[in-house]
Write a protein that binds this ligand. Sequence first.
Ligand SMILES: NC(=O)C1=CN([C@@H]2O[C@H](COP(=O)(O)OP(=O)(O)OC[C@H]3O[C@@H](n4cnc5c(N)ncnc54)[C@H](O)[C@@H]3O)[C@@H](O)[C@H]2O)C=CC1
Ligand SMILES: O=C(O)C(=O)Cc1ccc(O)cc1
Length: 310
Amino acid sequence: MEAPFYSRLALIGIGLIGSSIALAARASGAVGEIAIHTRSPSTLKRAEELGLGDAYFATAAEAVKGADCVIVCVPVGACAAVAAEIGPHLAPGAVVSDVGSVKAAVVKAMAPHLPAGIHFIPGHPIAGTEYSGPDAGFATLFENRWCVLTPGEDVDPAAVARFVAFWRTLGANVETMSAEHHDLVLAITSHLPHLIAYNIVGTASDLEAGIRSEVLKFSASGFRDFTRIAASDPTMWRDIFLANKDAVLEMLGRFNEDLAMLTRAIRTGDGDTLFELFTRTRAIRRSIVAIGQDTAAPDFGRRGTEKPEG
Ligand SMILES: NC(=O)C1=CN([C@@H]2O[C@H](COP(=O)(O)OP(=O)(O)OC[C@H]3O[C@@H](n4cnc5c(N)ncnc54)[C@H](O)[C@@H]3O)[C@@H](O)[C@H]2O)C=CC1
Ligand SMILES: O=C(O)C(=O)Cc1ccc(O)cc1
């Protein structure tokens, strides 16, 4: 299968992920033209200044006209409204996808609005940073990262194969699975870690003023790492926790049980329990490093914003 895979790619939402797809698709020649819509006029203008696309539209309905591939790159809570708007304007036979961090709720929100003949292939590139907005994107974001696709069983295999080839050309490793399985796995590997980061930074900031200033002054790398994650976009993460409620609550229940066990080990001076856990977790880190999944996103520190936009 030869690139370009699509003659016209429409991106709805042009923040970190949308702009990274635009840059990677352009750099790799994966698509012909790129059409862009995003909700805020100032963000759309910025996308144009950055030269992210070939055509810019004030509405999603206009942007998807004539597109053979549409990728919705908005917070998961906005996916239903976008699908409702674009549904009547999609070209027959087009692929429609998204990049949301939660899959079952997004499928439920988007599918009813997509007409027959559309190939709906939900997706989630497991690659990102704590930055937002069109300035935050970079063409290499997806290199050697996973992209999970969750097409329904009735979706045309040839359309899925083409979309898999598209993501591979952007540098990603692609795997397909059910939306429900995706949501359980991501609840423990991504959603819970973010909740823990938000919580620990919140706890530190609620400490009495005297202690709080010392926390910031002497913050060792552990706390600093949490503050990076806790700087992630509030709209995006609010939507993720609301949309993946059941899986997050399931994993949070197990987490709380294990934390109670550790609390007890510390209180009772049970060093063996602590040592055994820390030995096991060190082995997990070493196995992740060995398969090359530990690399932080490259040099994104000076770009983008940590504030919600548009
Ligand atoms: N930030 C990350 O590290 C990752 C994010 N994701 C997912 O990607 C999606 C987008 O995230 P980011 O690019 O980081 O967010 P972002 O905040 O950088 O960009 C979101 C864009 O969507 C636009 N938007 C919001 N509501 C809209 C609407 N109703 N219609 C049209 N445009 C609208 C915003 O103006 C903005 O341009 C989210 O669903 C998130 O769960 C997936 C992987 C990683
Ligand atoms: O910045 C980080 O550490 C991330 O974990 C980025 C990220 C955020 C959300 C996703 O759905 C996937 C990746």
